[in-house]
Design a protein around this ligand. Sequence first.
Ligand SMILES: [Ca+2]
Length: 476
Amino acid sequence: MTGRPRPNILFIMADDHAAQAIGAYGSRLNRTPGIDRIAAGGMRLDACFCTNSICTPSRATILTGTYSHVNGVTTLETLWDARQPTFVTALGEAGYQGAVVGKWHLGHGGIHDPHGFDHWIVLPDQGAYHDPRFLTATGPVRLKGYATDIITDLALDWLERRDPTRPFCLLVHHKAPHRSWEPDEAHDGMYRDASLEVPPGFDDDHAGQAPAAAEARMGMAELTAEDLKVPVPPGLATDAESRWRWRRFIEDYLSCVASLDDNVGRLLDWLDAVGLTDDTVVIYTSDQGFFLGEHGWFDKRFMYDESLRMPLLIRYPPEIEAGSTSDAMALNLDFAPTLCDLAGVPIPGSMQGRSLRPILRGERPPDWRTSMYYRYWMHLDNIHRVQAHYGVRTRRYKLVRYPGVGDAVPGASHERREPAWELFDLETDPFEMHSVHDDPAHAEVMAEMTAELARLQGAFGDSCQADERRPGRSDE
Ligand SMILES: [Ca+2]
């Protein structure tokens, strides 16, 4: 193709920002006018899912376009070998200048530091909200201010200093709104008098799910003093205290999002001001979803939809119709091949995802995926206590297998539990409250979904070796 130059890439990723807290996704909780500008000028993807819903693994998948068992980043304790091929290195070989600012969380030092970027300045591990320390190729530096503002300042500073004769690929990785949800002064308390209602399923007693749900330690009672920041009022009944805790958490979470939203607006304003809006692919996403009280929880990890689902907004005026939406199934696995494709560079053969470019143009290839494979590896970690599981989601159904054992990866416990299944009909039970895996009326669906799970594991070359009754095992 001739004429249009290669597009710039501005990839903005939040940490733990659920679609339920984005205006463009119909949030009942807050408004996000900055982020919504990307949806208004581009496409909102309504069925984007994460393949392993936790920070470090999702980040490795996004960069490499490969599943956790391939890139080796299965848990928070498996650091990434940053020499693996990524969309950033593929674009770099084609003349792009690349930078990453903000959260990295893929390990530090040697082979774990950002690789293939012309410029990087990243938070150590989770980083701090206030006066954060950053790591750079030439050593650490501490910057005064609020992380979300600073990360945006660093992004704008690099954009101003870049080589304007070459396209850029800039990754802006925010820390917010990750736990422990520390707002800046400008937004702190902005929801104090807001009318906020707990989501459906807040009082879930987990009787309708696998035992793993009841065992998880992600309920309101597990919010710490650091999370809550003020003492729990004495004398509250259990139910009232639970709602008080939710309110405390959600107010701070949303305040962190408000700052994030302002800063997304600043980046978009800059593109407008320098006349680059039509030449730049802008993406807004989060490394995974998050429970905002659904099932009574905060955090992620599970394959339930609030955790599985990622927000994904993409704007590129020359190719994407403004204000469009798609319900095509997209995965974090697809981001890398999509960005290579949009930049006009060959998609590395190592990538297991698929370019979303036809979807973004409003086309749906007839062989587009209708199911997705998921796997959470960090069996019964010390804090959240979520069992390892894997599964398959189609548009209507979700099958989840809890093998009751980890697969001996760092960060996974050696404890054993009774294996379990879950099957949800998302049409009749969208909040996943009643598993029908042992309902005779669903036996056929159960068989089909089990076969589909085995098929996907075969296609992607994964299986849970420790699961003695794993799908597709030939000696069953
Ligand atoms: Ca995260």
